[in-house]
Write a protein that binds this ligand. Structure first.
Ligand SMILES: Nc1ncnc2c1ncn2[C@@H]1O[C@H](COP(=O)(O)OP(=O)(O)OP(=O)(O)O)[C@@H](O)[C@H]1O
Length: 250
């Protein structure tokens, strides 16, 4: 079995005259938490969108569990166990928690295939409780939850449905200190359950607590790939600042 869950080799992508990625090698080992860092426009989102099949690379290859893949849409990557939680789009605001939990994976019952609402509510509550999240009711509308609670539900959903790789896009942006800590705990819980994580962020201090390795992008190029044991948040900030104007959060 390959030690790599994901391997992206020589990835290039341009939008018109903008070279968003200039030949990037990026990999995630099984059960590893990788912090993906870089200033605005560094190419982080483009790299992830290529990985999940939202964009096709102009050049380069992608391997998942040692096999070459060519995802045609995010649905293809999701089927193999790649779950992405976008900062704002993780959940549908006007729907209750249980609907969000099962979105696109609804449980049906009976000969006419009606929604098994009771069962889905029960599973939702149990799956959340299982990773230490207590919600007042599965009927609660997501719009009334805090940012941290939404991230937590999205992470619990990925764990419950057996994701192998969880991609979190700025999961701690705009969260209070306490909420950030709770979300970091959930990320570690995902790792304890064997899931690998890509944590995209501008904030080195948030990701530093939980990540095993840090990949630094700048202007479409990889400018650093560092194990936690060989670096510090300050060193990472220095590398990024040295190659850009440096607007990373401190
Ligand atoms: N759909 C697109 N059309 C045109 N240009 C794009 C598109 N997507 C990204 N780009 C450009 O590609 C470059 C990399 O952008 P990308 O969004 O990947 O960076 P990022 O590191 O995710 O930045 P941020 O932290 O601001 O999200 C930027 O110059 C951006 O303007």
């Amino acid at each position: 079995m390959s030690e790599y869950l994901v391997e992206m080799r020589g990835i290039k992508k341009s939008f018109g005259r903008v070279q968003a990625l200039k030949g990037v090698d990026f990999w995630v080992k099984r059960n590893e938490i990788v912090g993906l860092l870089g200033d605005n426009g560094a190419g982080k989102s483009t790299l992830i969108k290529i990985l999940v099949g939202y964009y096709r690379p102009d050049e380069g290859e992608i391997y998942f569990e040692g096999r070459k893949v060519s995802f045609k849409s995010p649905w293809d990557s999701r089927k193999l166990g790649i779950e992405t939680v976008y900062q704002d789009l993780a959940l549908v605001n006007l729907m209750p928690i249980w609907r969000n939990f099962f979105l696109g994976r609804e449980v049906m019952k009976g000969p006419f295939g009606t929604l098994d609402v009771k069962r889905m509510k029960k599973i939702t509550i149990e799956a959340l409780k299982d990773i230490g999240i207590f919600v007042r009711s599965p009927d609660e509308t997501v719009a009334f939850l805090s940012g941290g609670e939404r991230q937590a539900i999205a992470i619990a959903r990925a764990i419950h449905f057996g994701a192998k790789l969880l991609i979190l896009d700025e999961p701690t942006a705009a969260l209070s200190v306490g909420e950030t800590q709770r979300v970091l705990e959930h990320i570690l819980e995902a790792k304890r359950r064997g899931i690998a994580v890509i944590f995209i962020t501008h904030n080195i201090y948030h990701v530093y607590e939980v990540a095993d390795r840090f990949v630094l992008l700048e202007k479409g190029e990889k400018i650093g790939d560092l194990e936690k044991s060989e670096t510090t948040p300050e060193k990472i900030m220095e590398i990024i600042a040295a190659s850009s104007v440096g607007t990373m959060s401190r």
